[in-house]
Unconditional design. Structure first.
Ligand code: PEP
Ligand code: MG
Length: 327
């Protein structure tokens, strides 16, 4: 089976009824570029940029960041690379920096990601300039994590516009039409996706956080891990809503949480209209395999049926049966 998987991975990601699907890679470090190419990903759908910040207690300079982002953009050009701005805090505080990251009782609901960046705009600006400069070397997109509503998006975009005029006035090259999108991973963003869409070039759904916040299940607490249900009806209804609002605004809608890399869930997500799945590179062959073994018509029927059901466990069983019948 393993060798069948790897063989199919050389083929395009197209369903049996001819619908192309975009399969992208999640990475954390520039040296993963080779892995992205080896696994035949269509690009990077999520570049988590925390690594440079977590690998030392020092905040990396604009130049250090630029070199890292440039290496990825250049190494994968002309394929797109979605660079996510800092998502520090929560489960990822920077060590040795209690003044930047004071201890919190509820880190997942705390001073994290875009909230941190909007308060520490010096750090945010350095990163945005580094990403913009890298955009001159490939196809770069910017993505904000943990957006919870339109005001945050507008504030982040204002800082970005400022960084752009700064570079422009200094004659530093960058992609002036760089696409900018939001992660949809906070329920309030999902609920107001129609308000976010006009100011986004794309949506990328972070199911890891979205599920934990919808269900109030800490994603890293083993005691309640069995209650963390990607097929919970509330999750599926939320996904459907995000896709509908994204598509109404003519945006591409991706999923970049763990759910995207599970071949049991991939047909359900694609059947709901998700345009692109982004996952750890080693998962790409098994997701591509099921994409090539199914029709989009069947995946749509699966999603429609799942949305009529009321038991997360039965929905999971249905997805699993769909998968087993095709591999
Ligand atoms: C997510 O929340 O699904 C996601 C992709 O982001 P992270 O796992 O880095 O929080
Ligand atoms: Mg997240």
């Amino acid at each position: 089976f393993e060798s069948r998987l790897l063989k199919a991975n050389q083929e395009p990601a197209v369903t049996l009824d001819g619908v192309p699907v975009t399969l992208m890679a999640n990475i954390e470090k520039p040296d993963e570029v080779k892995l992205v190419r080896d696994y035949n990903a269509a690009g990077v759908g999520l570049y988590r940029t925390e690594y440079l910040f977590l690998s030392s207690s020092r905040v990396p300079s604009e130049q250090e960041q630029f070199l890292a982002y440039k290496a990825v953009a250049e190494g994968l050009a002309p394929n797109p690379v979605v660079i996510r701005t800092l998502d520090l805090g929560g489960d990822k505080p920077m060590a040795g920096n209690p003044e930047l990251f004071p201890k919190e009782d509820n880190p997942f609901m705390g001073f994290r990601a875009i909230r941190f960046c909007l308060e520490h705009q010096d750090i945010f600006r350095d990163q945005l300039r580094a990403i913009l400069m890298a955009s001159a070397y490939g196809k770069v997109k910017i993505m904000y994590p943990m957006i919870s509503g339109h005001e945050e998006l507008a504030r982040a975009n204002a800082v970005l516009a400022d960084c752009m005029s700064d570079l422009k006035s200094r004659g530093v090259p960058f992609d002036e039409n760089i696409p900018v999108g939001a992660m949809i991973e906070v329920p309030s963003a999902a609920e107001t996706a129609d308000l976010l869409a006009p100011d986004c070039a794309f949506f990328s759904i972070g199911t890891n956080d979205l599920i934990q916040y919808i269900l109030a299940i800490d994603r890293v607490n083993d005691r309640i891990a069995h209650l963390y249900e990607p097929t919970h009806c509330a999750v599926l209804r939320t996904l459907r809503r995000i896709v509908a609002e994204g598509h109404r605004g003519k945006l591409e809608v991706s999923v970049c949480g763990e759910m995207a890399g599970d071949p049991v869930y991939a047909p359900l997500l694609l059947g709901m209209g998700i345009d692109c799945l982004s996952m750890a590179p080693p998962w790409i062959p098994s997701v591509k395999y099921i994409v090539r073994a199914m029709t989009m018509a069947d995946a749509r029927a699966l999603a429609e049926e799942a949305l009529q059901m009321n038991s997360p466990r039965e929905i999971y069983a249905k997805c699993e049966a769909f998968y087993r019948a095709r591999v």
